[in-house]
Every structure is written in C-alpha cells, then in structure tokens.
Ligand binder design. Sequence first.
Ligand SMILES: CC(=O)[C@@H](O)[C@H](O)COP(=O)(O)O
Ligand SMILES: NCC(=O)COP(=O)(O)O
Length: 237
Amino acid sequence: MTKLSVNVNKIATLRNARGGNVPDLLKVAADIERFGAQGITVHPRPDERHIRYQDTRDLKKIVTTEFNIEGNPNPKFIKLVLEVKPDQVTLVPDAEDAITSNAGWDTLKHQGFLKDVISKFKNAGIRTSIFVDPDPKMVKEAKATGTDRIELYTESYATGYTIDREKAIQPFIMAAKKANELNIGINAGHDLSLDNIQYFSQNIPGLLEVSIGHALICESIYLGLENVVNMYLNKLK
Ligand SMILES: CC(=O)[C@@H](O)[C@H](O)COP(=O)(O)O
Ligand SMILES: NCC(=O)COP(=O)(O)O
C-alpha cells in the first residue's frame, strides 16, 4: 500500500494571511493524522512565506506518524533538519524565488554535493529522498549519492493526465522500474489530486509514498463548502 503524507504548507499560508493562529497548524496536522493519513510533509522556504522554521520544531513534538521535511539543502536548511531530526528529509533543488518546486535534481552534475549532504543526514539517522524528474538516467545517477529514496516530480504527469494519461505516465513507469532495479525506494509528489492519484498509484510499481498538499487542501475547501454555508444559514434563521 502507498502511504499518504499530507503537505500542510497551504494551512500555514492561510494562517499567515491574518497574522494570528487560525487555522491552527498543529491542530490541523493532528487532525489529518487522526483521519488516517500516514505522514505530514512541510516545505519551509527561505522567506518562510508559509511554513516557518519554528513550525517544523513545533510539529516535530506532536507528529506521531512520519514527519517529512522538504527543501533546498542550503546551510540554514541543513542545520534545521539536523536539529529537528524528522523521519525523512526530501532534497529539492528549488531557487529562492521559485513560486513552487519546478524541477528535479541533475543527479550527475550535483552528485558530489548530494553525496555529502545525504551522508550528513544519514549519519544523523534521517532517511533521505531526492526530488528527480522521471528520467531513468537521473535515477541511475541518484544511486551513487547513497540516497534511500527518490521522489518523482509529478507535475508533467498531472498536466498530461487530462490530455493522454497513458502517455503521461510512461516516463514515470520507466523511472520507477529503474529505481526498483537499483533498490531505491520510490516516493512521488507535486500536483497529485483526487482526479489523477488512483491511476498513478495503480501503475507505478513499488510506490511507497505520495505527498499531496495544494490539491488536497483545495479539494477540502470545495468539498466542505456546502456543509459550512448551510451551517451559517442555520445560524441565521
Ligand atoms: C517538492 C514539491 O513538489 C512540493 O513540496 C511543493 O514544492 C510544495 O511547495 P509549495 O507549497 O511551496 O508550492
Ligand atoms: N512533495 C510534494 C508535496 O509535498 C506536495 O506538492 P503539492 O501537492 O502541493 O503540489
């Protein structure tokens, strides 16, 4: 079975919009676990526009499932992860000003750097994963970094799914086969949703975990809207 790790970045975005503590990130994370999700993911960015560094420390104290911290391994991020010690760290090569993650690692070009960073995390007992495009060559080169897992960057699948899902998933099947052959664990994420997740999980061999944030929170708002509007109408009777 594939584990679901819920990315709570968007909860922090909403909280930060008003400066208070609504919604309460820690309560939402605990509720998500109570509803059955098997993990919580956060992706603190250098400008702390959603998840603040302190959030990761606070979440570590209450998360009882798998805690996954994603981010670009700059010195500040490395220090934070080594202090917080999540179950898993996912390395993502995103630029400081990126709106969201938009590419996987070039695992050949950055192999030495990744090897070094991954050994730091593994020595601290933290499982590692690296964000890669669905390219068997990048998966093959990832093996040499010593990483435990890769996270397949699924944006192209999500975009292609509505046009031709069989075509969209092909590179991911090839990349997953290579990872299985090399005994690297497989995670996946980015723009996965209620529409496209089932076909993905049914077709990717050995998919261990998906992390889903943006669509899951949007779907939660939409699917909860009718109920809440009616609750307000009842109050106003
Ligand atoms: C690595 C990945 O695909 C997600 O972590 C995504 O980048 C979420 O980050 P934002 O919530 O900042 O878009
Ligand atoms: N690693 C992917 C993730 O955590 C969530 O990405 P998204 O669902 O917000 O696009």
